[in-house]
Write a protein that binds this ligand. Sequence first.
Ligand SMILES: [Zn+2]
Length: 701
Amino acid sequence: MNVKPLVAAFLLSGMATAQNTQKMTDNVLLQSFGTVHETAPYSKINAEQFMPAIHAAIGEGKKEIEAIKAYKQKPTFENTIVALENSGKQLGRITKILYHLNGAETTPAIQAVVREASPVLTEYSNDVSLDAALFARVAAVWENRKQLKLDQESAMLLEKTYKSFARNGAALQPDAQKRLREINKELSSLSIKFSENILNVTNAYMLEVTDEAQLNGLPEFVKEAAKATAEKAGKTGWVFTLQAPSYGPFMQYADNRELRKELFLAFSSRGFKGDQFDNQANIQRTVALRYEKAKLLGYETWADYILEERMANSKTIVWDFLENVKKYAEPAATAEIKELTQYAQSLGFNEPVLQRWDISYYAEKLKKEKFAINDEILKPYFQLENVLDGIFTLANRLYGITFKLNPAIEGWHPDVRAYEVFDKNGKLLAVWYGDYFPRAGKRAGAWNNSVQSQWVQNGKEFRPHVVNVCNFSKPTATKPSLLTFNEVSTLFHEFGHALHSMMASGQYASISGTSVAWDFVELPSQIMENFAEEPEVLRLFARHYQTGEVIPAELITKLKASSNFMAGVGTMRQIGLGMIDMTWHSTVPTGESVQEIEKKADVGSRLYPITEGIATSTSFSHIFAGGYSAGYYSYKWSEVLDADAFELFKEKGIFNKEVAESFRKNILSKGGSEQPMELYKRFRGREPKPEAMLRRAGLLQ
Ligand SMILES: [Zn+2]
């Protein structure tokens, strides 16, 4: 994952210069830090400083905007677009530190600041993006763009700046603007209502079991958790819920088929029961309003509006992509279901076809039988320090960069390690922080972000300060931190985002580093996961923490084979979700029902007998309450990119310096300064093809 705060990019791109701020106050957030590479002095920063600093910095930002508007000369790229890009740097520096702390080391006081700051920042952001006089200047530069002879990067900055206004309705007539505001407001409450309905229906459901014999097949840890849930709810026996940690293991392990069916039906009918938590009308209204908004802004459908800013930048490209992958996945999935059915029958299952509530259950058993491999066998080979050393060695062999621990750079917690990263010519490339152990105050999961981005201003270059945060098990007195293979992949993934941030080499912060199209941002991260599976790379770091023995080749083979188990079924599910999303969003809404839409689009469900009373869309929060509308395809799309790009390394040698150099030059260093498809073609010599992903997943020989 790569994190971007939810505030307009041009407000969040950096750091104040010492001259503007030094004399303002004693607030450390408003001063030059005076630290190594101007890194944030975390020990001197406290929650009380943020709001006053934010208000002061907004004041500065407003002055900068007023200065742009008051400029007597006619609007130029420099006096308008670059000036706007460089406005709000001080506010950017403060909010980046705030959001970083809120994720990695929060406190009730920091959370209170975020709650107080969010509406203030949104209001400021709206003030800027709806400022008619400012937009008039931006539009004047845009209209004149053909005469400006801008370099590629500057042309992109101009386009992104203009479009960020236009896509928010700045170019519309007042009555249309008014309607747009109404639509945005209603869409926002519909999205909240959608989530609330799912949350309510999920929380309202309980499967109570009082007879332990009904729990046959469930591992002890699952039973213990169910017992704890029951106690919390004031019940005797065991309680299972529709929350993933309870639902998932029950479907995988419970021998009792009737109870699996009951739980499955409860889960799959969320938002589709016709009760007070039903989401069907909500979906129809959302889809209609999105369409109206797209038309108002001059687009054919909602998907056209969304995809304008994506690598897959038309609905035809997305549909062709989904159809193409489906062509390969469908026969594989059908064969997998057939094999699973025969396996189930060999265990005494006596019906001709498996129902949907049987799939996880038998798949879990078959997987165990086919691949005798698990985390406990692998973990001793993945000691955190060794894996990190391996990553540094890999980065050095590919790009010639080196990492030097520098204890003089302050972290936000004693567990944090800060490194100076040097380029092959010895120049400082970045500051990189690794923060790997869970603690109260740290969000779950793993992410990359930049506390300072990269840009050039008045001839001075600012290098990035990059953060990788994960939650791995902490070392104990007798055991170091040992990772599962999944965690090793996570470490490589986040490090890939970090390389994208660190190797940025542009002029403008808002289009540098990981500020790229949504369906392109996971290429640099996911490609690193491929390296983690290569025997040549594993030999660099996967050594038994007690014996020093290098991981046996057969374990690697088993690991790869097991990760492809039921890949056809999994791919069909993802393609089906992508098609449901695109069917709702790439056509003119006609009021077709949820069932009608899903009958056409949900290709993943066609592998099983029809089950009445269930639906996917009514709990599809990604597209109706998250940011994935007309974007769900991007999960598979990113896999295609990383597999296809990595295949060049496999062809030419995975440590091949020329391929690495080309990846750096054409992808990592470029950020969002050019169209991603152009960047990709320059690296790969052609557009991406899905074959490498299909081969990797075992769906194509
Ligand atoms: Zn990611």
